[in-house]
Write a protein that binds this ligand. Structure first.
Ligand SMILES: Nc1nc2c(ncn2[C@@H]2O[C@H](COP(=O)(O)OP(=O)(O)OP(=O)(O)O)[C@@H](O)[C@H]2O)c(=O)[nH]1
Ligand SMILES: [Mg+2]
Length: 249
């Protein structure tokens, strides 16, 4: 099932400046083009319907909140460049937002392969969405590559008065299953940025330590045009990309 076949392709934000420059590289000027990043990391967002997966993506790429549940049909995507503290060059995150409804499961399942990061989301006000996390995790583990980095995300942290899953429970589950953990609010943007960036940082460390083979097609990672060595030689850093860029589509 392709994006086109899913019937809905949304580009929240391609995350790329139209044209920019990094000065002082080997060739004096390195133009920002569509490949102006060191690595492209493919992420997937999974979890029950209504937990806020699409809102997390929209907040991350566009700094907006959608108050109405706009049910995802199949799969949608967004992308953004980020700067990691440990990386000299921008990293591009390509994020696939899947439908939580059971009826789309066969479509969304095919997106696990080829992802290096996953945000597994539950709603802190809906206990059953937390109870289903184990099922989502098993599904992710059985259809993805073994190096998949998973962050457990308890969303809707702004709704404290309706909380039915404690922070300690979420953290305990994450620790037990070797996951990263974050509580977020797609409404207030609390911890949204960090949930994506922390996941990317762990993947980046795995790349640098040789734990992930980026030449493997299923790794969920592609190399871009910027070599960190070029930036290091120039003694400079790539510009920060931890602010969303508007796209024209
Ligand atoms: N208060 C609050 N509401 C949220 C938050 N995130 C999402 N919502 C609301 O929850 C509802 C569902 O959000 P979506 O992002 O569409 O949920 P989803 O997980 O993508 O659902 P599917 O596409 O059906 O899988 C919407 O009405 C959102 O406005 C949040 O952090 N806080
Ligand atoms: Mg959705």
């Amino acid at each position: 099932m392709t994006l086109a076949a899913s019937g809905r392709k949304k580009c929240y934000n391609l995350g790329l400046p139209k044209l920019g420059t990094v000065h002082g590289t080997q060739h004096s000027v390195l133009k920002f083009t569509g490949m102006a990043f060191s690595y492209l990391l493919k992420f997937i967002i999974i979890g029950d319907t209504g937990v806020g997966k699409s809102c997390l993506l929209l907040q991350f790429t566009d700094k907006r909140f959608q108050p109405v549940h706009d049910l995802t049909i199949g799969v949608e995507f967004g992308a953004r460049l980020v700067s990691l503290p440990s990386s000299q060059a921008p990293i591009k995150l390509q994020i696939w937002d899947t439908a939580g409804q059971e009826s789309f499961r066969s479509i969304t399942r095919s997106y696990y392969r080829g992802a290096c990061g996953a945000l597994l989301v539950y709603d802190i006000t809906r206990r059953e969405s937390f109870a289903h996390v184990i099922k989502w995790l098993e599904e992710a583990r059985s259809h993805s590559n073994p190096e998949l980095v998973v962050t457990l995300v308890g969303n809707k942290a702004d709704m404290e008065s309706k909380r039915s899953v404690s922070i300690a429970e979420g953290k305990e589950f994450a620790d037990k299953h070797g996951l990263l953990f974050a509580e977020t609010s797609a409404k207030t943007a609390e911890e949204v940025e960090q949930a994506f960036i922390k996941t990317a940082a762990v993947i980046y460390e795995k790349i640098k330590s040789g734990q992930i083979d980026t030449t493997n097609e299923d790794s969920g990672i592609k190399e871009g045009m910027i070599r960190e060595s070029q930036i290091l030689q120039s003694g400079g850093r790539a510009p920060s990309h931890n602010a969303p860029w508007k796209c024209s589509c």
